[in-house]
Design a protein around this ligand. Structure first.
Ligand SMILES: [Zn+2]
Length: 238
């Protein structure tokens, strides 16, 4: 499973900012880098449309994801409104792709669980019915656009300026992506001991190898006791 994270804007496109100096291009890059770190730590592969303050056209972003054969596309932004009271997160998904909606719902739910006020999962369409956002319309894989908070709202701008809040957003986005993906369980993985295959293979679950403990421990000469009361495995040296 390969996730493409797309921090919005950057380079010459850095005009979107809050009333006291927050710059969307920088804020969303930081949130995306933090999201990448959380996903990579649990074995999910991540590619990023940009890792620095560089400019990319919208077409370059979706082309990159296609070339990288990404399975999911998550564009990260912060929102703006003319009314300073507008606040909360919004997750945009495709009006035509149920997987995009499912991904959007998973991320929106994770943001709510992280305590963020939410404006819900929304679609936005052109007059001809196609999805409004290029990155949702043109991505070849399920794609969503996350508006994390309003940088035009003084309270949310102040939050966005703190690393702790950007980390909270990153963890929520990563949790939503993980919930959407579900556990990644591989085919059986043979395990050998001193060149001899064990009778029972293991499995990779989110990049960690799980093996039947009795087969493995007994092959290593350990005694295996299952304590039914504690629901616990006890290993003893002989
Ligand atoms: Zn934006």
């Amino acid at each position: 499973m390969r996730v493409c994270l797309d921090p919005g804007h950057g380079g010459i496109d850095r005009a979107n900012r809050g009333p006291t100096g927050y710059v969307e291009a920088d804020g969303v890059l930081d949130i995306a880098l933090r999201t990448r770190a959380v996903l990579q730590a649990v074995g999910i592969e991540v590619v990023m449309t940009r890792e620095k303050d560089t400019y990319l056209s919208l077409a370059a972003r979706t082309d990159f994801a296609a070339k990288q054969k990404a399975d999911l596309f998550v564009s990260i932004h912060t929102d703006a409104a003319t009314t300073p009271t507008a606040h909360g997160c919004t997750v945009f998904c495709s009006a035509h792709d149920s997987e995009s909606r499912r991904l959007g719902e998973a991320i929106e739910q994770a943001l709510r669980q992280a305590g963020r006020p939410s404006r819900g999962v929304r679609t936005r369409q052109l007059a001809d019915g196609r999805d409004y956002y290029h990155v949702i319309r043109e991505a070849k894989m399920p794609s969503v656009l996350v508006e994390c908070a309003f940088h035009t709202n003084p309270t949310e701008e102040a939050l966005l300026k703190t690393p702790a809040f950007r980390q909270l957003l990153a963890e929520a986005i990563a949790n939503g992506i993980r919930a959407y993906i579900g556990p990644q369980i591989s085919d059986l993985v043979p395990i050998s001991l001193d060149g001899e295959l064990l009778p029972v293979p293991g499995r990779l679950i989110n990049s960690v190898t799980f093996a039947p403990v009795r087969a493995l421990a007994e092959a290593l000469g350990l005694i295996v006791i299952w304590d039914d009361k504690k629901r616990q495995v006890e290993l003893r040296r002989r």
